[in-house]
Design a protein around this ligand. Structure first.
Ligand SMILES: Cc1cc2nc3c(=O)[nH]c(=O)nc-3n(C[C@H](O)[C@H](O)[C@H](O)COP(=O)(O)OP(=O)(O)OC[C@H]3O[C@@H](n4cnc5c(N)ncnc54)[C@H](O)[C@@H]3O)c2cc1C
Length: 403
């Protein structure tokens, strides 16, 4: 796709921009962060904030926001190029809850007061946001949200429980779906609130995950007072705003650059490791798997750019984002399954402590094994978060069948 980005409103020189991002990733990152990237260490909140601010200083962090709100007015293709190159270089995952989700909701649907109050903190990574959609009884079936917000003068009193809330332990604010009215049609009566997580009545508890890292949390809301002025849109607009966010989320999980980096790593393992006396890369089974994965990634990437160009021209279809979500998550899992097979016995014993930056002990086996096993374990979640792949298949089927 190099040199093919000259379409639509986001007219830019794709080749030059891609080269600029690569150059920055190779030579522009401060030493301490660059060393963590080299070691594939787990990034702290401070690392992530530092990185987002570095990107902001170059005009890249909110490049796709409208110019009026401090962005660069980019189209989806330029944004895809940036994210692909950052992922490929292994830089910290950008925390999309603020700048990709609630930021665009606020500048598209929010009041002038909300724009003035919240957008600067998001742009400058001063406020950390998390997403409070899922509940114990409302995941795939998001319209079942039961967290209730009762009006009390110029406040809502919010009670309920959110779950799987990524990085809520670091968050200042949570954008949240709450029920403000019980309606026959469950999609109605849902509203979108911005909740301050330091408010009395908020409790954040970790959920233990298979890889040993704290990614996700339960958030309990016990009669939390939220000013009415922190509702985005009208009462009952929550479903519309949730759909706006969920569409953006599915595009991001394609993770083309990460897949490229991992596939390059798999290729290198074929040269470094042996299967008996033979280099792994000379065994027919390894070669066949590598070739299949290369073809699949090539086709995923071609589709992702075609969809981004279509979005730039025509806004794109919801089912296209679902397709990318399905193939992107399956791709990542397939590459990491192949990586773990290639590691053989080294891939069996996970040292979770070895992915922390402060780890000074000895890694058993290959230096990169802990990070690769960590990626493998976490990749199980890619086909669940952002709407499970079964749900995405339902969306694609309905669109194709015209239902
Ligand atoms: C690592 C991780 C991070 C997450 N981060 C966040 C976050 O920050 N904020 C947030 O709000 N949520 C977050 N989530 C929640 C995520 O969006 C939900 O897990 C997801 O939507 C699935 O919902 P559920 O877990 O309730 O599963 P369920 O909806 O109970 O589904 C269970 C199984 O049944 C299948 N299923 C359900 N309904 C159907 C159907 N109609 N047709 C076919 N199959 C069906 C599903 O595919 C799944 O396999 C995260 C999840 C994970 C794993």
């Amino acid at each position: 796709m190099d040199g093919d980005g000259q379409v639509g409103k986001g007219r830019f020189d794709e080749r030059a921009f891609r080269a600029e991002v690569r150059e920055f990733c190779a030579n522009g990152i401060p030493d301490e962060l660059a060393e963590k990237i080299r070691r594939h260490a787990y990034f702290s909140k401070e690392d992530r904030v530092q990185w987002q601010r570095l990107l902001h200083a170059r005009g890249w962090f909110v490049g796709d926001w409208p110019v009026a709100y401090g962005g660069g007015g980019w189209g989806p293709v330029q944004r895809l190029v940036l994210i692909e190159e950052l992922e490929r270089a292994g830089t910290p995952w950008l925390t999309h809850f603020g700048f990709s989700f609630v930021g665009p909701v606020i500048y598209t649907f929010g009041s002038e007061a909300q724009k003035a109050r919240y957008l600067p903190g998001i742009r400058e990574s001063k406020t950390w946001w998390c997403q409070g959609f899922s509940e114990p009884g409302a995941g795939s079936d998001l319209a079942s949200v039961a967290t209730f917000a009762e009006r009390d003068g110029d406040h809502y009193i919010v009670s309920g429980q959110k779950t799987w809330t990524t990085m809520a332990q670091w968050a200042d604010k949570m954008f949240c779906l709450v029920r403000t009215q019980r309606c026959e049609r469950r999609q109605q009566g849902i509203s979108f609130l911005l909740i301050d997580l330091r408010s009395p009545g908020v409790t954040v508890r970790p959920i233990q995950t298979i890889d040993g890292i704290r990614h996700v949390n339960e958030v309990f809301l016990d009669a939390v007072r939220v000013p009415v002025q922190d509702r985005v849109g009208e009462e009952g607009d929550g479903w519309k705003l949730a759909r706006f966010i969920v569409g953006r989320e599915r595009l991001l999980v394609a993770e083309l650059g990460k897949a490229r980096r991992l596939l390059d790593r798999l290729t290198a393992l074929g040269l470094e490791l042996k299967d008996g006396d033979l280099p792994l890369g000379e065994t027919p089974a390894f070669r066949l798997r590598l070739a299949q994965l290369e073809v699949q990634l090539h086709s995923l990437r071609t589709s992702a750019y075609a969809i981004a160009q279509d979005m730039e021209r025509a806004g794109g279809a919801e089912s296209d984002a679902s397709l990318l979500k399905i193939r992107g998550s399956e791709m990542q899992q397939a590459i990491l399954d192949a990586v773990i097979s290639a590691l053989g016995a080294t891939g069996l014993a996970f040292q979770p402590e070895a992915i922390l930056a402060e780890f000074a002990g000895e890694v058993h086996g290959l230096e990169e094994a802990p990070a690769l096993i960590f990626d493998h374990l976490y990749s199980r979640a890619t086909s669940i978060y952002g709407g499970s792949n079964e749900i995405q298949r339902g969306i694609v089927a309905k669109a194709q069948l015209g239902l």
